[in-house]
Write a protein that binds this ligand. Structure first.
Ligand code: NAP
Ligand code: HSE
Length: 428
């Protein structure tokens, strides 16, 4: 029984988990694929660094080409991160006929089509389950589990760091700045947390989910992204009072052939299952025309959950090897991407306005909504002892994004509206 030889690019959080699972579950893995799986070589930056798994030092290398050009390595697992170098290594590995498994959402969101094309030219597999929602097998579910259906909506909490921050703000009344600092100390958020808190990490994951779910090549620039750095304690307090939780949601929608993909802090009705996804957990809600509502929940990051997805991809590659069918999966993204305009994107909205506290103000505000045919679901005025302005909270019925934007623009020229404090999309 010839062993399957694997080259591992990276031995950090995820790479360490891959070593633990390949070694610890060897018997189960062999029984599924019919061959031993051996990690032949591992790329690191520093061979002398202490490791939390025991590794034969001879397996470590600081030269990526020891792995990429190794004649006996069948599969390259990329868990080192970054874009420029990893793209070069992966393209070269594929050209040399090696199969690739990666957890790299940044790379797949930006260069997925080029990498997948190179894989097909060389009859190789590229699998990337771990790149979205860590341990939740959502990519395989979209491609295989829902192959018979037409998915019309994917909503995801796909960034654990921001969900942790929003959960703490909601449950403990903490401020954004304080919880971000705590998340960094706990190692959830990066020392430079920009891509997490500004919604870029979630946008990359939504690019991948929408591409596979809608079978159309969504580009990262097709995704509008807004993060949580402007969310205040006050917004969260009002959300709760009205029966909502504030979540950073990726939302991909399809209507006929038109799609829209966005990431933004969103008010989610407390009765919706995604509202109760807390802490660093992730969840992806999928709506299919035939299946209806489904939701997938679990750990979106971390050593062992992420490694579970990586090794499951490895098993799939080796099963394909045994059957001689690597690189034969047809392209999932066969449709041209046509984006909805802001006139075609419809949703409910929450607005918090600081306005002059005098007669006729409410009438003037509601008149602006009426002018652009935005119908209101509820209007609430809250006294605020710390603010001489009145605080008006409005929830609209479904309205186009463009119409709500025009209403907000008219507020800028209304002297009675002192501040449009917050605007959020509403779901559920
Ligand atoms: P990490 O802990 O920083 O580990 C990176 C590893 O790659 C380290 O072993 C490092 O070597 C090695 N490395 C980095 N740059 C290198 C270079 N230029 N040359 C040689 N070796 C290099 O990263 P991670 O958290 O495991 O994440 C890896 C990938 O998985 C990323 O793409 C990330 O987005 C993705 N991912 C991570 C998670 C998670 O929970 N962490 C979840 C989903 C996806 P040294 O050990 O010598 O420093
Ligand atoms: N920074 C990411 C998160 C890690 O917080 O979800 C997993 O991709």
């Amino acid at each position: 029984m010839k062993a399957i030889k694997v080259g591992l690019l990276g031995l950090g959080t995820v790479g360490t988990g891959v070593v633990r699972i390949v070694e610890g579950h060897q018997e189960d893995l062999q029984s599924q694929v019919g061959s031993p799986i051996v990690i032949e070589k591992i790329l690191v930056q520093n061979k002398e660094k202490a490791r939390s798994v025991s590794i034969d030092k001879d397996k470590l290398t600081e030269d990526p080409w020891d792995i990429i050009r190794h004649p006996d390595i069948d599969v390259v697992i990329e868990v080192m991160g970054g874009i420029t170098h990893t793209k070069e290594y992966i393209l070269e590995a594929l050209s040399l006929g090696k199969h690739v498994v990666t957890a790299n959402k940044d790379l797949m969101a930006l260069h997925g089509p080029e990498i997948l094309a190179r894989a097909q030219e060389n009859r190789c597999d590229v699998l990337y389950e771990a790149s979205v929602a860590g341990g939740i097998p959502i990519l395989r579910t979209l491609v295989e589990g829902f192959s018979s259906d037409r998915i019309t909506k994917i909503m995801g909490i796909v960034n654990g760091t921001t969900n942790y921050i929003l959960t703490k703000m909601s449950q403990e009344g903490a401020s954004y700045g304080d919880v971000l600092k705590e998340a960094q100390e706990l190692g959830y958020a990066e020392s430079d947390p920009t891509s997490d808190v500004e919604g870029l990490d979630a946008a990359r994951k939504m690019t991948i989910l929408a591409t596979l779910g809608f079978r159309t090549n969504v580009a990262l620039e097709n995704v509008s992204a807004k993060g949580i750095s402007q969310v205040s304690k006050e917004d969260i307090l009002y959300a709760k009072r009205l029966g909502y939780e504030l979540k950073l949601l990726g939302i991909a929608e399809r209507q006929d052939d038109l799609v829209s993909i966005s990431v933004q802090p969103t008010m989610v009705k407390q009765s919706h299952p995604i509202a109760s996804v807390n802490g660093v957990f992730n969840a992806v809600y999928v709506y299919g025309e035939a299946v209806g509502e489904t939701m997938f929940y679990g750990a979106g990051a971390g050593e062992m959950p992420t490694a579970t997805s990586i090794v499951a991809d490895l098993v799939a590659v080796v099963k394909n090897l045994k059957l001689g069918v690597n690189g034969k999966q047809s392209s999932h993204a066969y449709k041209e991407t046509k984006l909805k305009t802001d006139d075609q994107i419809s949703s409910k909205y929450f607005l918090l306005l600081h306005v002059a506290d005098r007669a006729g103000v409410l009438a003037r505000i509601t008149q602006s909504f009426a002018e652009f045919e935005v119908s209101l679901e509820s209007v609430l005025q809250q006294p605020n002892p710390h603010n001489p302005d009145a605080e008006i909270i409005i929830i609209t019925h479904d309205a186009s994004k463009a119409a709500v934007q025009k209403v907000i623009e008219t507020f800028e020229s209304l002297d009675v509206v002192h501040k449009v404090k917050s605007v959020y999309r509403v779901e559920g």
